[in-house]
Design a binder for this molecule. Structure first.
Ligand code: MRU
Length: 358
């Protein structure tokens, strides 16, 4: 287990480590209502695809606990609407809508059975609330297990002595524990491999410089922060064994949406014959989208670019464009590492087989 947890559920309250304050301060914010949880996701108190999925699940539990509906139908309508509110917080990471859909489906499926056997609607609603909490807690544990498992599978791709480049933050902070790409690096380190990671600082929000460096320091993993534009120079002057990134959504053809700059890194890796590995739990696979062109890419506030720590760095009214993610075409992805195994091209066929057969 990590020295810190991004998400904690205690005494019917949700606690989130405020990632906007790291590494300077370790502050937990407490949540008792779901609109505040949606706002925490939007403002990036918590971020990273698996972490926002699990957070949203607990947000839905808070909506259920808040409900004063007198009937099962009324209760289901309330949590459906809360789910839609939570999903709208950030559009690109599919884990968020996946977690909400998972919980809502469970509530809807047991509704008839529960209502038929309960002595009253109140008893049925109480039972639904407890079921939703148990499911959110199961998702929490499943995320830890999936990340550990994919980290273990990935070791066949990581030499005993390895130099890797990583983008954004994909570790314990981006998930419940371990994380995806940084989880692989952590498992390699725990297995005694000599692993060194170059961390892209990841403009504009600097998740690499602030969060990934914080985690690597906490785990004692050798690391060096570079500016995003340095990855080409690093690959051309050092022996880089692999690029390791996480992702927010994978389309059925293997196109991958991840933090802005991932596509540039993949192109540089391709030019230098460096393997480009993408790591994610299967909850990040979206088989409903044929290709990455269909992925909704979040655009965030101009001030993320025009200001640094509240100080304006551009002339007044400078136009900016701030997509938070980009799409790396499948042809630049050497493998997709999941908790069910490592998937290689052709992705369309192999992802389908993975999702159908497990
Ligand atoms: O905007 P963020 O910080 O939520 O973006 C996070 C990323 O892009 C991560 O690489 C991705 O969510 C995978 S995290 C395991």
């Amino acid at each position: 287990m990590s020295a810190f947890r991004s998400i904690e559920w205690k005494n019917d309250r949700l606690y989130l480590l405020d990632q906007r304050q790291l590494p300077a301060e370790t502050t937990y914010c407490e949540y008792t209502d779901y609109p505040a949880v949606a706002q925490a996701i939007q403002t990036m108190v918590v971020r990273g695809a698996p972490a926002i999925g699990v957070t949203a699940a607990f947000g839905l539990v808070l909506a259920a606990f808040q409900s004063t509906a007198a009937t099962v139908d009324g209760f289901l309508a309330e949590i459906q609407s809360a789910g839609e509110h939570l999903i709208a917080a950030r559009p690109t990471a599919v884990n968020l809508s996946w977690a909400i859909a998972h919980l809502l489906k469970i509530a809807q499926n047991i509704d008839t059975h529960t209502a038929a056997h309960a002595e009253s609607d109140t008893a049925a609603i109480d039972s639904l609330k407890q079921t939703l909490l148990a499911e959110a807690q199961a998702l929490y544990q499943a995320d830890i297990d999936a990340c550990k498992q994919l980290g273990t599978y990935a070791q066949t791709l990581i030499p005993d002595s390895a130099t890797v480049i990583h983008h954004c933050n994909t570790g314990s902070l981006a998930a419940v524990d371990y994380g995806t790409a940084l989880g692989i690096i952590r498992v390699a380190h725990e297995q005694g491999k000599q692993i060194h990671v170059f961390l892209d600082e990841t403009r504009p929000r600097l998740q690499g410089a602030s969060l990934s460096a914080y985690e690597m320091k906490a785990y004692g993993i050798p690391h060096t922060v570079i500016v995003d534009g340095a990855s080409g120079y690093v690959m051309s002057t050092r022996a880089v064994d692999a690029c390791l990134v996480g992702c927010d959504r994978v389309a059925a053809n293997g196109d991958v949406a991840n933090k802005i700059g991932t596509y540039n890194l993949a192109l540089v890796a391709h030019a230098h014959n460096v393997p480009f590995y993408v790591a994610c739990p299967t909850s990040t696979l979206d088989m409903t989208l044929a290709s990455g062109q269909e992925i909704n890419i979040e655009e965030r506030a101009d001030t993320e670019i025009t200001q640094v720590k509240g100080q304006q760095i551009t002339p007044d009214n400078t136009p900016v464009f701030n997509p938070a993610f980009d799409v790396t075409p499948a042809k630049y992805v050497s493998a997709i590492i999941t908790e069910k195994g490592i998937i290689y091209p052709p992705y369309e066929q192999n992802l389908k087989a993975l999702m159908t057969n497990g």
